[in-house]
Design a protein around this ligand. Structure first.
Ligand SMILES: Cc1cc2nc3c(=O)[nH]c(=O)nc-3n(C[C@H](O)[C@H](O)[C@H](O)COP(=O)(O)O)c2cc1C
Ligand SMILES: Nc1ncnc2c1ncn2[C@@H]1O[C@H](COP(=O)(O)OP(=O)(O)OP(=O)(O)O)[C@@H](O)[C@H]1O
Length: 189
């Protein structure tokens, strides 16, 4: 998969960078909301002249904890993330060791990326027992909170919603929310 776009560097641990703009999340499916978040991240990094970094987890934490079925396999997720043009993908194996890491210890790892900004949604949680939130993150980093992408009916696009659409057999609606947003267009589902 990576041979297709060799300029994107993929890491299994935090690389030590000069400066960056970072986004973090499970990104299961890389749906329309994720795509907007990540393309905004890439654009902002270009404005600032620093590296754009997408930090994600494998498996998605909800899948690790048995709270959800995985929407898309890792190789497909990486291909979809790569197509959005970040300079670096960090894929942290989500395992027993990572899940027990405290919010402070995880922020120590994030600091290796030298983030000038971290761009996430307001519901982002991190660290053991989900103890870290955006307020804590903002005590240490410059956090830029992203407005959620909604469909035409006003519902926030989410991996949970897409899982629900698939489970209900509405595959066309699910695929619409997952479709690459290469050209700007309204999400009508
Ligand atoms: C270091 C670390 C530890 C975590 N520990 C837990 C945990 O104990 N329980 C849990 O439900 N989620 C845990 N998570 C997952 C987060 O709650 C969250 O799903 C993850 O940071 C991805 O964010 P997102 O769900 O907004 O994509 C942890 C995440 C990180 C980075
Ligand atoms: N519709 C959206 N618009 C903008 N950002 C989003 C949207 N959905 C998720 N994000 C952001 O993307 C990052 C990764 O989110 P995550 O992978 O948990 O997506 P999700 O769709 O909310 O997943 P789930 O439904 O499984 O909780 C987070 O920073 C989150 O706030």
């Amino acid at each position: 998969m990576f041979d297709l776009i060799p300029t994107t560097r993929c890491h299994a641990a935090m690389p030590c960078l000069g400066a960056s703009v970072v986004t973090i999340g499970a990104f299961d499916g890389v749906h329309a909301g994720h795509q907007q978040l990540i393309t905004g991240n890439v654009r902002r990094a270009q404005e600032l002249g620093v590296s754009s970094v997408v930090c994600t987890f494998d498996p998605p934490p909800k899948v690790f904890f048995g709270r959800a079925a995985q929407l898309c396999p890792l190789d497909e997720k990486l291909a979809r993330l790569t197509a959005l043009g970040p300079d670096h993908l960090v894929v942290l194996p989500f395992d027993e060791a990572l899940r027990e890491l405290s919010p402070a210890a995880f922020m120590d790892r994030l600091a290796l990326l030298r983030p000038l900004e971290i761009r996430v949604g307001g519901d982002f949680r991190f660290g053991c027992k989900q103890a870290g939130d955006v307020t804590l993150l903002a005590q240490r980093f410059d956090v830029d909170l992203q407005t959620p992408v909604r469909c035409a009916a006003g519902e926030v696009v989410s991996s949970t919603r897409i899982r629900g659409l698939r489970a209900a057999g509405d595959l066309a609606a699910a695929e619409t929310l997952l479709r690459p947003m290469s050209a700007p267009r309204e999400v009508r589902v």
